[in-house]
Design a protein around this ligand. Structure first.
Ligand code: GRF
Length: 215
């Protein structure tokens, strides 16, 4: 591991295919970062096995043990922040993490916490993005990586890419094509941040080219 690599803490809740894309990208040297810790808020999920297989420390901090949500959020996030800090995390990546970030997590990592969402935000925020896009009848949807703020999927956008909705698409077929895009987009966004080429300016994220100018 190189000292100059951006230290990532990845938050997960389930399957972990986006985590896998990050682990693979780091291992291949395509993402100039390293995953220092993976933390799940749900015990026994496949994402934890993926971390272990990659030799990355994998912890579980079960939010449910802290009491009723969202009243327990601050207590849960205090432990989460303590752990991320202990592991020296510089960028928190939510990769299929199913909790809304609260004040405690945001105060500690504002501007240094990102999330991926399976739609072209601001269209279709929330838990059922692919189904909502299909039901609405859009012809194009996609994926978005953004900086997390207090809103539901409403933070400044770092990267987006499109996916066409085909006749006969189901939630499953559409989700599968969006997921392929997610697996490219999240590593790209992490790379831009690691290279200091994603500059947060209020509501907008300016993307610099490799020479440091606006691209
Ligand atoms: C992805 O579709 C992501 O956009 C959404 O949750 C899903 C997580 O999938 N936030 P995985 O756990 O990375 O496979």
């Amino acid at each position: 591991m190189s000292a100059s690599k951006l230290k990532l803490g990845v938050l997960v809740s389930g399957r972990g295919t986006n985590l896998q894309a990050i682990l693979d990208g780091c291992a291949r040297g395509e993402i100039p970062a390293e995953v220092t810790v993976v933390i799940s808020n749900r015990p026994g999920v496949p994402a934890l096995d993926r971390a272990q297989k990659a030799g990355v420390p994998a912890l579980t901090i079960p939010h449910a043990r802290y009491g009723k949500w969202p009243e327990c959020r601050a207590a849960y996030e205090r432990d989460l922040v303590r752990s991320l800090t202990e592991w020296g995390v510089q960028l928190v990546v939510c990769a299929g993490y199913d909790r809304l970030a609260g004040e405690t997590l945001l105060d500690a990592f504002r501007g240094r916490i990102i999330n991926i969402h399976p739609s072209l935000l601001p269209s279709f925020p929330g838990l059922h993005a692919q189904a909502d896009a299909l039901a609405y009848g859009v012809k194009v949807t996609g994926a978005t990586v953004f900086f997390v703020d207090e809103s539901l999927d409403g933070g400044p956008i770092i990267a987006q890419d499109t996916v066409r909705v085909e006749e006969g698409d189901t939630v499953e077929s559409l989700s599968a094509r969006i997921l392929e895009v997610e697996h490219r987009l999240l590593p790209l966004a992490i790379t831009l941040i690691a290279q200091r080429r994603a500059v947060l300016e209020g509501r907008r994220v300016r993307i610099l080219d490799k020479s440091g100018g606006a691209s």
